[in-house]
Every structure is written in C-alpha cells, then in structure tokens.
Design a binder for this molecule. Structure first.
Ligand SMILES: O=C(O)COP(=O)(O)O
Ligand SMILES: [Mg+2]
Length: 230
C-alpha cells in the first residue's frame, strides 16, 4: 500500500458546519498505519495534528501550517516560510482597522508559528493587498484565509516527510478537499479530492470521490487499495 498523506478539515470531518471528526476515521487511520505510514497534512497549527496523532496512537508524522511546520522521526521539527512577513501583514491588517476575526482567545493563531489565519467573514481585498506587499499569498481553505509564503505548501512539507521516511513523494496517496491540498495532489502519485472539494482541489486531483467529507475519505481508501501500489 502507498503511504498516505491526509488533510483534516473537510476530509476527516462530518459536514462543513460540523467540524468534528467522523469517528469512523479513527479506526480507518489506525488500520492504514498497520500497513503503511500515515502523514497528517493540515493548515492547522502544529498542536492540532500532533494531538490527533497522539490520541490515535500514531507516530508523529505531521505537516502543519500548510507546510510551515513539519515533524517526523529523524528530521524532527522544521520551520519554513516567512513568519516575520506574516506577522507584519497581521499587524498592518489590524492597524487598518480590521480584525483577524477569531475572538478572544484566538486559538486559531495562538500556536501558529509561520503564517497567519484570518476568518472568512473578514474583508479579503485589504488582506490580499497587504500579503502581496509583503511577498506572501492568501490561500482560502474554505475554513480560513491563510497568509503564507508562496514557496511553502503541503507539497514541500511532503518532500521533507517523505525523505525522512525513505519514500519518494510520488509513492504517496493523498486525500484532501481544498486549494491548500493542490500542491500535495500534484506531488503525490495518486490523489483523491472528496466530493465537497473546491474547484482547485478537484482540478488537481486524479479522482473526485462520489461521497463528501469522511464518507469520501473512506471511499478513496477503498478505491486506492484496489488500485495496488508500488
Ligand atoms: O485550517 C484550515 O483552514 C484548513 O485545515 P485543513 O488543511 O486540515 O483542511
Ligand atoms: Mg481541508
């Protein structure tokens, strides 16, 4: 079986409004790990995927902050991107009278080290211009705007983790739902967008599942195991 790189929000969750994990994914991920490595690849800050690994009792193989932070056995923790520029964008956005939109405490950004996330209800245009001014880009995951370095993404994160595990990125199966998964899909050998995926993810994926959210994830696992692997 191929090693697996899987997104969290929109892929392991129940619906768009119920962002809780579908409990069926716990057994599915643990069973997958019995055969091949599992990498959690997310836009969320570092503690979220590491906590997921901890409570699934899986090794810490994590791409967080859209590649801004990675963790794997031998490489340990890596930091990538331009955290100063991301902080400068957040400061300028606030100085212009806008808010990151998460309330207090802001647990979306509290542990975030290399990028900044802004709630989708907040004005996009000023965020986009400030990001461009600072050499950054804004990615819309369907759950947040992420202000990040353009040369860092889940694909570059997978390069780090794959090398650490002794695989090529092209040996991986990737499953996700949004534009922050596109580079992961490009570099993986086999990729599935779940049915709720956005246009960018659908276009980048080899296959779009019939079912959405966790049902789509489980469907992708079934299909991928039929198609054998390296
Ligand atoms: O936090 C987000 O905005 C998206 O997270 P995800 O990459 O796990 O879907
Ligand atoms: Mg997602």
């Amino acid at each position: 079986m191929r090693p697996l790189a899987v997104d969290i929000d929109g892929t392991l969750t129940r619906t768009h409004d119920d962002v809780g994990l579908d409990p069926r994914v716990f057994d599915a991920l643990r069973a997958y790990h019995d055969h091949a490595p599992v990498v959690i690849a997310t836009g969320k800050a570092f503690p979220f995927p590491t906590a997921l690994c901890r409570y699934l009792n899986l090794p810490n193989r994590v791409i967080a902050e859209n590649g801004g932070v990675t963790l794997c056995e031998s490489a340990g923790i890596t930091h990538n991107g331009d955290p100063e520029a991301a902080r400068a964008v957040a400061d300028a956005y606030r100085a212009a009278g806008y808010d990151l939109g998460w309330g207090t405490p802001d647990l979306t950004n509290y542990w975030r080290e290399t990028e900044v996330a802004v709630a989708l209800e907040q004005p996009f245009e000023p965020l986009q211009s400030l990001a461009t001014e600072h050499g950054l880009e804004v990615v819309d995951t369907g759950y947040a705007y992420h202000v990040k370095a353009p040369d860092v993404d889940k694909g570059t994160g997978l390069e780090t983790i794959a090398a650490d595990l002794g695989y090529e990125p092209s040996e991986f199966l990737a499953i996700g739902d949004s534009e922050n998964d596109a580079e992961l899909f490009d570099i993986a050998g086999e990729s599935y967008a779940v049915a709720n995926a956005d246009d960018t993810a659908r276009a980048a994926a080899d296959t779009v599942t019939e079912a959405g959210f966790a049902d789509g994830f489980l469907e992708a696992l079934d299909e991928a195991s039929v198609d054998a692997a390296p």
